[in-house]
Design a protein around this ligand. Structure first.
Ligand code: GLN
Length: 308
């Protein structure tokens, strides 16, 4: 990202550092999904159901071969992404999504994703700088403000129009958080409800596009949605499984988290978003991810951050 420093440091590299970073056309996609009235056309390709068909043939364990074949098409073996020529991988996240990302006691972003991307940086021999930003802004910032994003981000067809995704590293599903004593228990019960979501997330897409008559409140911080649930401003919150379980235990006795299967929500997959067309970056990230899985680091991180 820091081109001047890169010019000094990367004398041996032959690629042009002045080539502009990837396109920045993600903003439009983000706009459409947050506009309840205008979202419908786009939504079909980006909702959880749409992502499912992709998901089925790409489970966390089995994607490597397919994705390698795909990304390997343009990347020469060992090629280094231009974005890494400065020795820094600038990573965007939204540290409001425990246990994948949160702000620790020292005010620093931490969590499974943060640890995973640092391990990837180590494999790639680059420094990792984490930028904490709004989830909504991540996709549009890739290739300009940030090199890649890791944020419990679900692979969707709509996002794929703006960015490329690494191999999937985690399976997820949306959960429904309700106040203790709520009678919401099935998809039909959601109709007409006031639903809290994190802005621009797959939970937002489901609440906006798939729930009839819903009244959707969108928050930048998931915890604010849960606070409004406790205050009675919304009837439920739709959010990914692991954060839902964290909030259930944080607000024990006040809320409960109901599995999305009960609402017929489909499987989602988390992956790292990289600049569209940066085949070198994609294959570098996938290779590092593969090594991290093979050497046991990945399982260690799952134990430390998720199963703990
Ligand atoms: N997995 C959801 C999505 O990609 C939510 C991610 C998040 O809130 N960090 O939209």
């Amino acid at each position: 990202m820091k081109k001047l420093i890169a010019l000094l440091l990367a004398g041996v590299m032959t690629m042009s550092l002045l080539t502009a970073c990837g396109g920045n056309d993600g903003a439009k996609a983000d706009e459409t999904v947050t506009d309840a009235a205008g979202a419908e056309n786009e939504a079909d390709s980006a909702d959880a159901a749409g992502a499912e068909s992709e998901a089925n043939d790409a489970d966390a364990a089995g994607t490597e071969d397919a994705a390698d074949a795909e990304s390997g098409a343009d990347a020469e073996a060992g090629e280094v992404s231009e974005a890494l020529a400065d020795g820094v991988l600038t990573v965007g996240t939204n540290a409001e999504f425990p246990p994948f990302e949160y702000v620790d006691d020292n005010g620093e972003p931490d969590g499974f994703d943060v640890a995973l991307i640092k391990a990837i940086g180590e494999k790639l021999g680059v420094e990792v700088e984490v930028e904490n930003m709004e989830f909504e802004s991540l996709v549009a910032a890739i290739g300009s403000k940030i090199d890649v994003a890791i944020a419990g981000m679900t692979v969707t067809d709509e996002r794929k129009e703006s960015v490329d995704f690494s191999d999937a590293y985690y399976d997820a599903v949306q959960y429904v958080i309700v106040p203790e004593g709520s009678d919401i228990a099935s998809a039909a019960d959601l109709a007409g409800k006031a639903i809290g979501v994190q802005l621009g997330t797959t939970g937002d897409f489901i609440a906006t596009d798939d729930v009839e008559g819903s009244e959707v409140s969108r928050y930048n911080k998931a915890v604010d949605a849960v606070n409004d649930l406790i205050n009675g401003r919304v009837d439920c919150v739709i959010i990914d499984k692991n954060p839902a379980l964290v909030f259930e235990s944080t607000f024990e006795g006040q809320v409960k988290a109901i599995p999305g299967e009960q609402f017929e929500f489909g499987v989602e997959e988390y992956a790292i978003a990289v600049p569209k067309g940066d085949a070198a970056m994609l294959s570098q990230v996938n290779k590092a991810l593969e090594e991290i899985k093979a050497d046991g680091t990945f399982d260690e991180l799952v134990k430390q951050y998720i199963e703990n």
